[in-house]
Design a protein around this ligand. Structure first.
Ligand code: GUN
Ligand code: ZN
Length: 444
């Protein structure tokens, strides 16, 4: 274990209303899907949860040298997990008036070209992790730029903070400007070197990351497929069927493949470790193959709305079943907040006559996303889990306090208000490996 990955030593107690999911909720009202202690205490020993007890036991559990953080009345949840976010797009977010392919060319590729500079990338990594933590997100699956240095900067900063991050160097060897291109060999070598240096180093992980079929040659996909076979415990992340022009271009580039998903499948990139960003416009064959392979469809609602991509068919995919995760997709996405992301997800589903209950949404943000990325020790507050926690105060904003005053002790209704109106202002504190991060210090 590296020094910076050291969890907090000794015991820490965090008091509040402790909520953690046991399994996916079947819909609204499924109270058996979660555990909830109204006045509880999370007992943390050496960075991991050892138990959740009633607050009345604090006297017995505490003592000399034990830190007690009292958030009585506030909600304590597992830290949020973002399953798809672009580290080099912090200054691409909120770029006007373009759909996917134009948005990439006009805004995204130029912004990402700067991340070959290690000093710039290091400064941006500090901002990026600060911003995630401010929003209660303690783990994220991140795309770097094409430059290996960008992934290294983010992994190093994450190690310094003690957060668990999964990061890929984005592979792209065609259909973009030269300063954001690599080659099949460079993508293979850089990703292999990152895996050797960082995958499983403390809490850090590396994901194999072909950007999307348009920007990778068959040779590059072949190389990354062989890397995925050599490292079956690494996640593979990419984009799939986000936009109609994109899909048409993939068809022109790979006429011999059955469809978009089949491009990745052909090169050995589809399986239970595959995170498929967007997955909006899928054919019945693609849906069936997603289901059979165990690949995850990553729902990115703010991005799908902002770039005008389309409506993710959550309930249709769930019925097959296809595994589903939730993500911000900053900078196509417009918010770092998983609360705001869930709120937009709810609206996307409303437009299709579907419902996203608060229980399903909060499960997704925590345990559901942890399971989607194969990290069973994240996303839950029970013995053995990493003590990554977010403390939420629904009443932190006057309009929300006023709305919540009409909630008569109904936890699910409170959660629905939190996801519908909430954002980073509702995050009072975040714990990473049992250590408080002081996220509200700057503005308190
Ligand atoms: N498809 C390929 N690259 C990207 C990206 O950076 N953002 C989104 N939303 N879609 C993509
Ligand atoms: Zn994306």
């Amino acid at each position: 274990m590296t020094p910076a990955d050291r969890p907090s030593s000794g015991r820490t107690l965090v008091r509040g209303r402790v909520l953690s999911f046991k399994r996916p909720p079947l819909g609204a009202g499924d109270a058996a899907s979660y555990s909830y202690v109204e006045d509880g205490v999370v007992v943390i020993d050496d960075g991991r949860v050892s138990m959740v007890a009633e607050a009345g036991e604090i006297g017995r559990l505490g003592g000399e040298g034990v830190a007690l953080h009292d958030f009585s009345g506030k909600l304590i949840l597992p830290g949020f997990i973002d399953t798809h976010i672009h580290f080099p797009q912090t200054q691409v977010i909120a770029s006007y008036g373009a759909q996917l392919l134009e948005w990439l060319t006009r805004y995204t590729f130029p912004a990402e070209s700067r991340y070959g500079d290690a000093d710039f990338a290091a400064a941006e990594a500090r901002f990026f992790i600060d911003e995630l933590l401010r929003n209660g997100t303690t783990t994220a699956v991140c795309y770097g730029s094409v430059h290996k240095a960008s992934a290294e900067a983010l992994l190093a900063e994450s190690e310094r903070r003690g957060t668990a991050m999964i990061v890929g160097k984005t592979a792209m060897d065609r259909n973009a400007p030269p300063d954001v291109l690599d080659s099949p060999q460079a993508a293979y070598d850089d990703t292999a070197a990152l895996i050797a240096a960082w995958h499983g180093r403390g809490r850090q992980r590396v994901a194999i990351t072909p950007r999307f079929a348009i920007t990778s040659t068959p040779e590059q996909l072949e190389a990354l497929g062989s890397l995925a076979r050599a490292h079956p415990d690494c996640l593979v992340q990419t984009h799939l069927s986000e936009n109609h022009d994109e899909i048409a271009m993939v068809r022109r580039l790979f006429p011999e493949r059955a469809d978009y998903l089949d491009v990745y499948d052909h090169y050995g990139l589809i399986g239970a470790k595959s995170l498929m960003g967007h997955a909006i416009h899928l054919s019945p064959r693609e849906v069936a193959r997603m289901s059979e392979s165990g690949a995850v469809a990553v729902f990115c609602p703010t991005s799908n709305l902002f770039i005008g991509s389309g409506l993710f068919d959550y309930k249709g995919l769930e019925a097959h079943p296809v595994r589903i995760a939730l993500a911000t997709d900053v900078g196509g996405g417009t918010s770092y907040s998983m609360l705001e992301t869930a709120a937009e997800g709810y609206k996307v589903m409303q437009l299709q006559g579907q419902k996203l209950s608060a229980l399903e949404a909060f499960h997704l943000m925590t345990r559901g996303n942890a399971e989607a990325i194969g990290e069973p020790d994240l996303g839950r507050i029970d013995p053995g889990a990493h003590a990554d926690l977010v403390v939420l105060d629904g009443a932190a904003r006057p309009a929300m306090a006023h709305r919540l005053a009409a909630v008569d002790g109904d936890l699910e209704e409170e959660l629905f208000v939190l996801m519908t109106m909430g954002d980073e202002r509702n995050v009072c504190e975040v714990f990473v490996g049992g250590r408080p991060q002081g996220v509200r210090r700057a503005d308190s």
